[in-house]
Design a protein around this ligand. Structure first.
Ligand code: BEZ
Length: 220
């Protein structure tokens, strides 16, 4: 595990430049379900994502799609948490509009981050930016609080919820089976073994490929 990064509390340097393997910076903030603390999610998987702003078209479609798939994340023991620079009351108004217009109640927390302190601690906002409406970042955080995957999309491209679920599935299968998930891997498909580190095994393998590209025998 990499060194713990600073928390989002007062005094933390902005834009910690988080990487895979870092401990997610802890924070406590108001949200649409009451106060939340990131470290309270230890023991579960967590998808923390930033919509650029409330009442924007692509973000609205993402929230509707995520709320419709909330049970699929729950079935993976994976919580959802959104983080937006807009105020708590803006979040409430947006969720009310989504409920009235799309018939979907968004019940996962949306954290308010009006000072950008949390977004900066996660590198969702560039240190000098006064506006966060250019980022659509997602952090996949494991039950120990470690960042295991990150994605970053531009504001004008919405995330794929099936791909978010596939990332959670892949990380969980890697932890459970110890294998590697190949391109386009889907749950239930074969995983790969790490390559050998032994030159004798390289020379002894039946062909030029099978010492490094081989099924692990595990089904994810
Ligand atoms: C959107 O979610 O639609 C959006 C957000 C920020 C800038 C542009 C579009």
């Amino acid at each position: 595990m990499n060194q713990p990064s600073p928390t989002a509390s007062a005094g933390a340097p902005p834009c910690a430049g988080l990487r895979i393997g870092d401990l997610a910076p802890d924070f406590e903030a108001r949200s649409t379900i009451g106060p939340v603390r990131l470290s309270a999610y230890r023991g579960r998987w967590l998808v923390l994502f930033s919509p650029p702003a409330d009442f924007t078209p692509v973000c609205t479609t993402e929230f509707v799609a995520l709320a419709n798939e909330a049970a699929a994340f729950e079935a993976r023991d994976c919580a959802l948490m959104a983080l937006s620079v807009d105020s708590l009351f803006s979040h409430f108004a947006w969720l009310r509009m989504i409920r009235d217009r799309f018939g979907v109640e968004v019940r996962f927390p949306i954290v308010e981050d009006p000072t950008l302190v949390i977004g900066r601690a996660f590198g969702m906002v560039a240190p000098q930016d006064s506006d966060s409406a250019t980022v659509r970042t997602t952090f996949f955080i494991d039950p120990k609080g470690v960042i295991r995957a990150m994605t970053c999309y531009p504001a004008n491209l919405g995330r794929s919820i099936p791909e978010m679920l596939r990332i959670v599935d892949g990380l969980q299968a890697i932890d459970a089976k110890g294998g590697l998930a190949p391109a386009n891997w889907q749950p239930g498909e074969a995983m790969l073994s790490p390559p050998t580190h032994s030159l004798d095994e390289v020379f002894g393998s039946k062909d030029a490929v099978s010492w490094f590209l081989r099924d692990s025998g595990a089904q994810g």
